[in-house]
Design a protein around this ligand. Structure first.
Ligand SMILES: [Zn+2]
Length: 245
């Protein structure tokens, strides 16, 4: 098996901390199941089953502790679902606190000051620890978008990485890993696979999101199959990628 080793590409001269930036290896797809919440229980289970059928054994569960700020979506009300998720033995990471703002915007953290960001990250991490039996390993914001203060808050809360756009900030060894493109799954407004397809044909490293609702639409999952069988991609979750370096 090839190693996941990375080549350091640049040391930004202006960056005081001199954080090295490295490209993730070609033909790597960092794969995650987004929006893991009791709100989508059946589709989460179906998506996990399909990924297992496709032979994808490493992927990240991106958990939302209080989807849409509704108590009816909290994990403590769904002990069987919580047990099921733990039984999968996969990486569990935090994916926002509520995922959306009260006004429905998906950019949860855009208008929040540092203090509120800190509180949400800590409270989200604690809720996951209490209901799913483990601290979340890292953090991926909704739509991969968040101001830089979110990465600071995630580091302060003791998590191991924070993704912003195509950069994975690793706090294990203070480096940034970069993918060439972001691949959003179907169902998110304003995104399409088309622009990412060329990158995939060329074998570029990507982040691939499967959303539970894709289970019905299947486009993302069909793409996983094609990337694996025809294009030779390897699939791995964020934690497993970082811990293999
Ligand atoms: Zn999401």
């Amino acid at each position: 098996m090839d190693s996941w080793e990375l080549k350091v590409l640049e040391m930004p001269p202006s960056d005081k901390a001199k954080i090295p930036v490295a490209n993730v290896k070609d033909h790597t797809a960092i794969i995650s199941l987004h929006d893991v919440s009791p709100a989508f229980e059946d589709d989460v289970v179906a998506s996990c089953d399909r990924l297992a059928d496709l032979g994808v054994s490493s992927f990240t569960l991106l958990v939302v502790p209080m989807y849409a700020l509704k108590r009816s979506n909290s994990f403590e009300r769904f002990p069987i679902f919580s047990e099921y998720l733990q039984s999968l033995d996969l990486e569990i990471s935090l994916h926002g606190y509520s995922h959306s703002t009260k006004s429905g915007s998906l950019d949860e953290f855009a208008r929040m000051d540092s203090k509120r960001v800190d509180t949400r990250i800590r409270s989200g991490a604690r809720t996951i620890a209490d209901t799913l039996g483990q601290e979340p390993y890292g953090f991926v914001p909704p739509l991969w978008q968040a101001p830089k203060r979110v990465a600071k808050a995630v580091r302060k809360a003791g998590l191991n990485y924070c993704v912003i756009g195509n950069r994975i900030h690793s706090f294990l060894d203070s480096q940034i890993l970069r993918t060439t493109d972001i691949l959003v799954s179907q169902g998110v407004k304003g995104t399409s696979f088309a622009s990412s397809l060329l990158e995939i044909e060329l074998g570029g490293p990507v982040q691939l999101a499967v959303h539970p609702r894709d289970y019905d639409e299947t486009q993302a999952l069909d793409l996983v199959e094609e990337m694996k069988d025809r294009l030779g991609y390897r699939f791995i979750g964020y934690r497993d990628l970082l811990s293999s370096l």
